[in-house]
Design a protein around this ligand. Sequence first.
Ligand code: SAM
Length: 275
Amino acid sequence: MRRDTVPRDRPSPAPAPFKRRALGQHFLRDSGIARAIVDLVAPTPADLVVEIGPGQGALTGELARRAGRTLALEVDRTLIERLRAAFPAIDVHEADARTWDWPSLARPAGGRTLVVGNLPYSVGTAILTALVRAPRVIDAMALMLQREVAERVAAAPGGKTYGSLSIYVQLNWRVELAMRVPPGAFRPPPKVESAVLRLAPLPAPRVDLADERRFEAVVRAAFAQRRKTLANALASGLGVAVATVREAAAGAGVDPGRRAETLNIQEFAEVARRL
Ligand code: SAM
């Protein structure tokens, strides 16, 4: 069963060391798709682009050609050496995109900071989670993920794919599912389909959260038992009385008999505020 959890915006234990199989090395071999991905953020000579997981460089050449400065984060040392030789004009860092210090990125004068990556499936959600914490320093992103994950991120209320990941990302970002990519576009082909998201930061969060921790806890509890009514899921997930949840929901103008997947971000925030 899939678990929906709101990623925690807190210090987390150090990621496990890399095993080659976990690096998700499916290399894009379709230059038309590579160009289309880069077009989603349309780099210019004024811009800085950070590429995540350049691999064998399918996107790197196009990025380096169009952006003023390109910086690439890769964990595989063999690939890093090859990339440095093939693209001497770009900065290739041996760095884990999950733990890189994204909020300290500096925007180039008069330009934008863009993030592009064909993300490894196994850690795609963890990398996305790290990135979405930095909406004030990134101007646009084009990220390829496993299609199922991309659909969850982009989902609107009312469907089975809508969950805590959708809410966590959409709180600060406009998300668009820009294109689907079939397994045959990669070597070796993965077992699953991929999709590319275009993300742009919102000027301000969709709702002002007085207590972000409480909001996250409420969303996590609501989706942890998504077949239950909101009242029952929150009561058991948060360890409070059903009557208390009913009262909070009613005060927020939300029917406590609804399911979590029908609530939008504003409704979750209002329920959380009253709990
Ligand atoms: N961009 C290339 C392409 O499109 O062909 C490679 C994409 S491949 C799906 C993912 C790349 O991310 C691999 O080169 C892998 O070594 C690298 N990678 C895996 N985990 C990473 C991490 N935590 N941080 C940065 N790069 C990572």
